[in-house]
Write a protein that binds this ligand. Structure first.
Ligand SMILES: Nc1ncnc2c1ncn2[C@@H]1O[C@H](COP(=O)(O)OP(=O)(O)OP(=O)(O)O)[C@@H](O)[C@H]1O
Ligand SMILES: [Mg+2]
Length: 174
């Protein structure tokens, strides 16, 4: 297994603090992502986006969440035997966790470089396989963590800050 980490410098310290504590979210949404189901794929990410929109998250942030979540969801559909996404919603950020049933990423650094793709012909005919999904996720995320290996399940975590608190404090000081 190998680890890949990216931190947006502005949020690095906050993110590291969160990751060391992994405190409870305010809300959680969970979705199953089916293998090769390109008709349904995208539903989880659009439901997450709509949920955040109702909470009042700004359009610019919604756009970043939608892109990052969509690319990760499609990757589970396209490159694995299926999986799930758990969206943990905190007061001022979203923490997305995608997990799947393999077949894993042999070289994560290589898979992060724009243009690298193992997409087959069927996927290419559907318009996938430019090798831009992972770089796009990175560009839109404040934290990206990928854990994978050859023939291993992949875990991909994303954090995106809202730039403001969208949920009220409970009157407790944290
Ligand atoms: N969850 C995953 N499990 C296994 N391999 C993955 C996973 N996500 C990405 N990959 C591998 O990383 C490569 C690059 O992914 P990326 O999303 O950047 O491009 P793509 O999916 O091939 O094409 P695009 O996203 O542009 O349609 C993939 O071709 C695949 O080999
Ligand atoms: Mg992709």
């Amino acid at each position: 297994m190998a680890d890949y980490w990216y931190f947006q410098p502005e949020f690095e310290e906050r993110t590291l603090t969160f990751l060391s504590q992994r405190y409870e979210p305010e809300d959680t949404l969970v979705f199953t992502i089916k293998e090769r189901d390109f008709i349904d794929s995208g539903n989880a990410s659009s439901t997450i986006k709509n949920y955040l929109q109702k909470l009042g998250v700004k359009p610019e942030i919604l756009r970043r969440v939608a892109i990052a979540a969509y690319e990760a969801e499609i990757n589970v559909t396209a490159h694995t035997r299926g999986g799930k996404v758990k969206a943990n919603i905190h007061k001022d950020f979203i923490h997305l966790m995608f997990s799947d049933k393999g077949s894993g990423i042999k070289d994560i650094e290589q898979s992060m470089s724009p243009g690298f793709s193992t997409a087959d012909k069927v996927m290419q005919e559907m318009g996938f396989g430019a090798g831009l999904g992972l770089p796009n996720i990175k560009r839109n995320s404040d934290m990206l963590h990928i854990m994978s290996g050859e023939n291993q399940p992949t875990c991909l975590e994303i954090i995106i800050y809202f730039g403001e608190k969208i949920l009220p404090d409970h009157g407790r000081s944290k």
